[in-house]
Design a protein around this ligand. Sequence first.
Ligand code: 1OR
Ligand code: 1OR
Length: 377
Amino acid sequence: MSSDSSRRIQVPEELKEVLLQFSISFLVEQPPDVIDYAVEYFTKLQSERPSVSHTDQSTDDQLSVNSQDADAEPPVMASSRRKSVFAEAYDPEADDDDDGATAVFPKTDEQRARLVESVKNVLLFRSLEKEQMNQVLDAMFERKVQPGDFIIRQGDDGDNFYVIESGVYKVYINDKHINTYNHTGLFGELALLYNMPRAATVQAETNGLLWAMDRQTFRRILLKSAFRKRKMYEELLNSVPMLKALQNYERMNLADALVSKSYDNGERIIKQGDAADGMYFIEEGTVSVRMDQDDAEVEISQLGKGQYFGELALVTHRPRAASVYATGGVVKLAFLDVKAFERLLGPCMDIMKRNIDDYESQLVKIFGSKNNITDTR
Ligand code: 1OR
Ligand code: 1OR
């Protein structure tokens, strides 16, 4: 050991954790002044210190949420007691939250059919093998909820993960309403995936039905594949400027929805005039965009890593405006189908439309006339 390493500044875990929590709060609240907000935040944290340590909740306490007092205040800030792995390298292979057999909750045919219907569009389940999917179906159990029930409270430890069969659910961070689920979707995966306290409070607005899965089963069956996928697309999603319009959480949902595809040099990816089924982000390599002009194809653009294409037809509901080919070796793409596009890329729509305006002015420059690429008539 050199004397150098002993002199190296040590960063205490607690400092990292407190700063991370502060940053998250700051980004969620977006207050006008950092210093004023910091004073208020840390004063509050200090005054709440003695009450922070009682958030332990046993994992077999599944039904207790139902009986919780609907008027009780959710915790103002996430507990800083637990060590967060959020910003650290996480090795799913070394994960030891993996003991015992998977729980089985017997179901009637009718229940099982409803469950299958509810999980049909859950992206986290998409890459599971049949055997794993059956384990998932066995392990899920039904939960009826009533208006006002708190399903999840911000700052608690994660117990279950939920898929919505019916009902309206509101999501709050620091008492601020930030999201609503309407009869579809899933929630409660973050705390289980990243081993951190609940990021938000989720409260039922109406009567509803949820399918729950306990933490152990979630981690054993879903964690590794979900985590790998989110990691795999992390770099890509961070490199696409347009996606800066999304919240971090929305980018993670996008990662769940992407499917990798690769094309050889010269292969056609999109054909002009075809109906559209999705759009593409470029992970590696370059593509050539070509338009039919008289009897030939004219290259109008080349796109590379971090760029996207195939969005135009999805926005305008028209056939493909151009053909796209892989060039210069193998091209790796991430494909987003039209359904996920409509659900997940709403916040990027303005940026996409601005780019489309740009296509139109380029079109005039290149071909001298407007080809009506965005005309929806
Ligand atoms: P959890 O286990 O942390 C609360 O428990 C759940 O609320 C969380 O998993 C998500 O499933 C769900 N940020 C964080 N969690 C959210 C969000 C969210 N929306 C729903 N949940 N948003 C980002 C806010 C800065 C909202 C994005 C639209
Ligand atoms: P799409 O779904 O119509 C072809 O399928 C894709 O090529 C299209 O979405 C765009 O993502 C992409 N005009 C039209 N489409 C273009 C253009 C473009 N460039 C890329 N695409 N122009 C090029 C501007 C530099 C203007 C036409 C000359």
